[in-house]
Write a protein that binds this ligand. Structure first.
Ligand code: MN
Length: 439
């Protein structure tokens, strides 16, 4: 696991004023990466790092000679329109670049005047998916979500026996992954109405979101050479927020025996910023397993994983309906939880993913599975909050939802805070449901 160093010093401040604002997502201690350009321009997309409400254009800073050694090698890759090259370099280079960026953006940096010209306002930028994603796997790592949804889909057998023994996942679809701001038409498909003897075809009537954490693979592994649990962290570049939009009526009819297909392949939305594991180092949490549950098999078990395999990453889901937008109301919170509740850790997910010989590559993406906490108001999907549609969720202004309506915008936020550390945030992951495309 990452050791704390000068880049985690809670007393350090940036010369960028907005990075010093209390509660800001992107203080000097964060330094997440994205791929951006000025919105509506014909500029090339390129890599940048967030500082306050600005983006440092890494390519411009590199061209002006602000990096040297390993940091310069990493900066050249970080400036590209896809971050796969940076991801492939490995933790030593990521760390060298983080340290160099930290020194350049710190209050007393000699280069501050020269670097001011390399800043772009985030409000004036647009983003894209920050790497060429080769493969996408969506996991199912929250026992609270698995139990809640299992109860609705299989009342007699809510939690399948394998759940407590291995991190369940399915291979998802890359083509429909989009960056925050994504809008997509309501999907159509087959569903089996209760009591019917044949399925019907039509618009999804039970459209849902799933509050998840995205896990970006940095360095990969050779086919046939699994990544051991305690080596996983040097292979993970960072985390983002991820919305695994889900068509529950299509899912219920199609998912047995091979898992979701059309229920989840129409859209997935990720936040643009990748927060590195180095930035997350102060916010690690123990991974625990109740004593009366099955304990992990040896390849999924280690002291380091027990001690700090988790992330106390707070997660929040909000909704903004078309009506709320018309009335000028802010998005309303639906739920809040923490990734620390996850039944399986990131390390266990990746150790299991590769243990049979599967190779991961730089830029591969994993979803954590819906992260639901144990308590009321901690569920990461509407199907849980509305108990399968039986109990509508009340919204401000008198509206209510069992599932998503056309025009709804779902917003995720994520952040880490802990005494003795500077709070860091993930920015926003938002997406909007459009009416179904004409058949
Ligand atoms: Mn999911």
């Amino acid at each position: 696991m990452t050791k704390l160093d000068e880049t985690h010093d809670p007393a350090a401040r940036s010369w960028v004023a907005s990075a010093r604002v209390e509660g800001c997502d992107f203080p000097l201690q964060n330094l997440p990466f994205a791929v951006f350009r000025r919105a509506g321009s014909a500029e090339a997309f390129r890599g940048g790092v967030a500082i306050g409400d600005r983006i440092l254009d890494i390519g411009r800073a590199h061209a002006a000679g602000h990096f040297s050694g390993e940091a310069a090698v990493a900066a050249a890759h970080a400036a590209q329109p896809e971050l796969n090259g940076l991801m492939a370099l490995g933790a030593r280079y990521w760390r060298a670049l983080r340290r160099a960026l930290f020194r350049l953006l710190r209050e007393d940096a000699p280069a501050r005047a020269a670097l001011a010209g390399c800043l772009v306002e985030q409000a004036a930028a647009e983003y894209r998916v920050p790497a060429r994603i080769g493969d996408y796997t969506d996991m199912y790592a929250s026992i609270h979500h698995a139990t809640n949804i299992g109860r609705l889909f299989r009342p007699d057998n809510p939690l399948t026996p394998n759940f407590q023994w291995l991190p369940i996942g399915y291979h998802g679809r890359v083509s429909s992954i989009g960056v925050s701001g994504q809008a997509f038409p309501r999907p159509r498909g087959q569903s089996m109405p209760p009591g019917a003897s044949a399925p019907v075809f039509g618009e999804c009537r039970r459209l849902d979101y799933e509050l998840e954490v995205g896990i970006w693979i940095g360095t990969g592994n050779r086919q046939g050479e699994p990544i051991a649990l305690d080596d996983v962290e040097s292979h993970v570049f960072g985390l983002c927020l991820l919305n695994d939009w889900s068509a529950r009526d299509i899912q219920a009819w199609e998912y047995q025996p091979l898992g979701p297909f059309l229920a989840k392949n129409f859209a997935t939305t990720i936040s643009p910023w990748i927060v590195t594991l180095d930035a997350l180092a102060p916010f690690r949490s123990p991974w625990t397993r109740p004593a009366d549950h099955p304990q992990p098999l040896p390849y999924l078990e280690s002291d380091a994983n027990r001690e700090q395999g988790g992330f106390d990453l707070r997660l929040e889901a909000l909704i903004e309906t078309a009506g709320m937008r018309d009335r000028g109301e802010p998005p309303a919170r639906l739920s809040q939880t923490t990734f620390a509740h996850s039944y399986w850790s990131v390390g266990q997910m990746i150790a299991h993913h590769t243990v049979g010989g599967c190779n991961l590559a730089p830029g591969d993406l994993l979803g954590s599975g819906t992260q639901s906490g144990p308590g009321e108001g901690e569920a990461g999907a509407l199907i849980e909050l509305s108990v399968g549609g039986a109990r509508p969720v009340a919204l401000p202004g008198g509206e209510e939802r069992t599932f998503l309506a056309d025009g709804d915008r779902v917003v995720f936020r994520g952040w880490c805070e802990r005494p003795g550390a500077v709070r860091i945030g993930f920015g926003e992951c938002s997406g909007t449901v459009l009416p179904a495309a004409r058949a």
